[in-house]
Design a binder for this molecule. Structure first.
Ligand code: XIL
Length: 369
């Protein structure tokens, strides 16, 4: 059979001096070699295997329109990823310019880019205390007007992208590090029962798109048991009351000095909710002391690779039906929020400044089943 398949591939080989039989042998060898590389766990992943080709779940990255317009960025992104989050261009402060008025330009661009390149879109994020527009905060609405306006916002945004955005973070970071509700945002100040307000927002999103997956997103749920327990209680309450929720996003802004075992056991515990799981904003910091003279040594590159590997393996350890996606918060060390938020000498992602795959990329690959 294989020989028949190869017949049309016969080429004259007077230049090389090879006979037709030699050429066929060469093709057979190449095909077998291609099929064999990366096939078995023992062999380790082939350098040419991409994350999206190996994983049986979504492989996402957070991007911006400006970066998608860079050819090198776009090529590296398309080759390894099949899902996209907007780093900031789908947040409320960006989309919502006034009551009833929206700026869709960047969000549309990202959604269209995804469609053209066969990628899924994860929406991030409908509600986040850091992203209420200033005009909205200044209006100081009472709870009724506040909720009606937010409801209209959710309806407008979710229904615009029905069928084109597969999932939304409905609420982001509502719990403080001690596990209580954050008391520094306007939702807390406006509602007697903020969790019920968020629950109704999940319902508004569901009404706008019955098929979209709805996520709660937060950081450090895996490491901080107080926060994790609060999230689990909220999920239990949602289920009791009938507020829809499909998944949990653990941001996983993490480091090479974080304990892998602690992270994994928290993640396993979180997955006991039975919900879809999303590692939603993965990056791995290396410059522990925020040192100006920090050098990203081979040893730290290896530690970072081991961390990515451990996180991929942790994700693989939950039931297959719960594996939604792993999303990295950016693509290349050239553009990462951490150079501003953490330290200018920071190298947290999978590609280096020149779009070369880092050791971290291969570590991630190795951690996948
Ligand atoms: C950050 C973006 O990376 C920045 O570009 C933006 O200015 C601020 O927000 N947790 C989240 C993300 O849920 O939305 C944040 O993204 C990073 C922390």
């Amino acid at each position: 059979m294989a020989i028949h398949f190869l017949q049309p591939l016969k080429i004259p080989c007077s230049v090389s001096g090879l006979s037709r039989v030699d050429v066929n042998d060469l093709f057979i060898f190449l095909i077998i070699a291609t099929l064999t590389i990366g096939c078995t766990k023992e062999d380790g992943p082939a350098v040419s295997t991409s994350l999206k080709d190996k994983a049986l779940f979504g492989i996402g990255a957070a991007v911006s329109v400006a970066h998608l317009k860079e050819v090198d960025f776009s090529d590296a992104f398309k080759n390894s990823f099949n899902q996209v989050s907007a780093e900031y261009e789908m947040k409320m402060a960006h989309l919502w310019t006034a009551l009833g008025t929206y700026n869709w330009t960047s969000a549309d661009y990202i959604v269209n880019y995804a469609a053209q390149n066969n990628m899924k879109v994860h929406g991030h994020t409908l509600l986040w205390y850091q992203s209420f527009p200033t005009w909205f905060k200044n209006a100081a609405y009472d709870s009724l007007n506040f909720e009606n306006n937010v409801k209209a916002y959710i309806l407008a945004v979710v229904s615009r992208y029905t069928g084109r955005i597969v999932s939304w973070d409905v609420a982001n970071e509502i719990f403080a590090d001690n596990g209580t509700l954050r008391n520094d945002g306007i939702v807390y100040k406006t509602f007697k029962d903020p969790v019920a307000f968020y629950g109704r927002c999940f319902k508004y999103a569901r009404n706008a798109d019955p098929n979209v997956k709805l996520f709660y997103n937060d950081y450090d749920m895996v490491l901080n048991s107080a926060k994790r327990n609060s999230v689990k209680e909220m999920v239990a309450r949602f289920k009791r009351v009938g507020y829809p929720i499909d998944g949990l996003g653990e941001q996983c802004h993490t480091t090479i000095w974080t304990d892998n075992i602690q992270r994994s056991s928290g993640f396993t515990d979180l997955a006991k909710t039975g919900l879809l799981m999303h590692i939603s904003e993965l990056d791995v910091r290396v410059n522990q002391n925020k040192s100006d003279s920090y050098v990203f040594t081979d040893a730290d590159q290896q530690k970072q690779s081991d961390t990515y590997k451990s996180i991929a393996a942790m994700f693989e350890s939950i039931p297959q039906v719960q594996k939604f996606a792993i999303t990295t918060w950016g693509l290349t060390d050239k553009y990462t929020w951490l150079t501003g938020w953490w330290h200018p000498k920071e190298y947290p992602l999978l590609f280096d400044n020149n779009y070369g795959k880092k050791k971290a990329y291969n570590g991630f690959l190795e951690g996948l089943n």
